[in-house]
Design a protein around this ligand. Structure first.
Ligand code: PLP
Length: 368
């Protein structure tokens, strides 16, 4: 790295920090990709140079997640929010009802979009009377009509810092999951899901790009009476090259996925992510007279660790002091307040150790 480059410890919730080796590779290849005399952004999406990147990104994801032949990987655009609309437009047919497990603000948004398209019900909700969420729905909370068009869940709730460590069982009902904020944090059985989507800006690459992993049979049964661009099948048939894809986003995802593989893949990533979460929750629980994690223990997220200090003034000081020491992105979501530490894949165990030392020192220096 050049001596002029100063990187902060980035705990942003998304867009989040990207792994340095993936960025360095992009820097090195920016002006002249593979001796072609231009950047990958300037290549035709129908040309050989880009085609190789596109195929490599799909192959890396397929390998890392062990995607079976029954499923297909897609790279779409429009962020995860477009998926909130595309899912019901494609899979909610006249006379059917879609089921939603409501576990946070993003799940609420997905549910609202479905209700604009057709009939949708909450099959579970962990919303408290005050409007906040302190846990994820459990199997016993789920009231699922076996004729539902699909069940939509959100695996990790970025705003509230809750995460589903044991996926809900939807039985014969197709399971659609928004994995935007914890995709690729560990290995999991892709074949359990009819469709998974994840906005890229946490664990995969830049915003705008969305990764979809869908069962081919599920896509084949989708509605055809919607605009062609919004049909999953349109993109599936053309291997995500129906129109100009987000070539730069997919290129960066390729770099991130190659980095993930070089570190030992998703099992290695899970160990690293669990180690980070253990350190942080350990620090919070160890100083429980000062720091307080509002989330129920078995719903604690490994990706977004949320906690409070004794008062809001101390929370403001915590964020400011941390920033002065090169640690950014710690302010909680505007709707929840408090502190939120996002520890996506790119955040290292060392980064978290630095933050934990800061937390110890802060509590000593600023007694109540
Ligand atoms: C779980 C979840 N779903 C959906 C979204 C929305 O993503 P986008 O801004 O790409 O539309 C986010 C964004 O942070 C998220 O965390």
């Amino acid at each position: 790295m050049s001596h002029a480059t100063k990187r902060v410890l980035n705990f942003n919730a998304g867009p989040a920090g990207l792994p340095l080796p993936a960025l360095e590779r992009a820097r090195d290849e920016l002006l002249d990709f593979n001796g072609t005399g231009m950047s990958i952004m300037e290549h035709s999406h129908r040309g050989k140079a880009y085609e190789a990147v596109h195929e490599e990104a799909i192959a890396l994801l397929t390998e890392l997640l062990q995607v079976p032949k029954t499923q297909q990987v897609l790279f779409l655009q429009g962020g995860a929010s477009l998926q909130f609309a595309m899912v019901p437009m494609n899979f909610l047919k006249a006379g059917q009802t879609a089921a939603y497990a409501i576990s946070g603000g993003w799940a609420e948004k997905a549910f609202e979009e479905a209700k604009r398209v057709g009939s949708a019900v909450a099959a579970a909700s962990t919303r408290e009377e005050s409007g906040v969420y302190l846990r994820v729905p459990k199997q016993a909370d789920l009231k699922l009509d076996p004729n539902a068009a699909y069940l939509h869940t959100t695996s990790n709730n970025t705003l509230y810092g809750t995460q589903t460590l044991h996926f809900l069982d939807s039985g014969a009902v197709p399971h659609v999951c928004d994995m935007s904020s914890d995709f690729l944090w560990r290995p999991f059985d892709v074949s359990r899901f009819a469709l998974i989507y994840a906005g890229a800006q946490k664990n995969i690459g830049p915003s705008g790009l969305v990764v979809v992993v869908a069962a081919k049979a599920f896509l084949e049964g989708a509605r055809e009476d919607i605009p062609k661009i919004l049909r999953y099948q349109t993109h599936a048939k053309e291997n995500s090259l129906y129109h100009t894809p987000n070539t730069w986003g997919i290129y960066l995802a390729r770099n991130v996925l190659a980095w993930l593989k070089s570190l030992g893949g998703l099992s290695a990533m899970e160990l690293r992510n669990r180690a980070k979460a253990t350190l942080l929750y350990g620090a919070i629980d160890g100083l429980s007279s000062y720091y307080r994690a509002p989330v129920e223990r078995d719903s604690r997220s490994v990706m977004n660790i949320v906690f409070r200090l004794p008062n809001e003034n101390l929370e403001k000081k915590f964020v400011a002091d941390a920033e002065a020491q090169g640690m950014v992105g710690l302010k909680g979501h505007r709707s929840t307040g408090g502190i939120r530490v996002s520890t996506y894949n790119a955040v290292s165990v060392e980064d978290v150790k630095t933050l934990v030392s800061f937390m110890d020192a802060f509590a000593k220096k600023n007694p109540v």
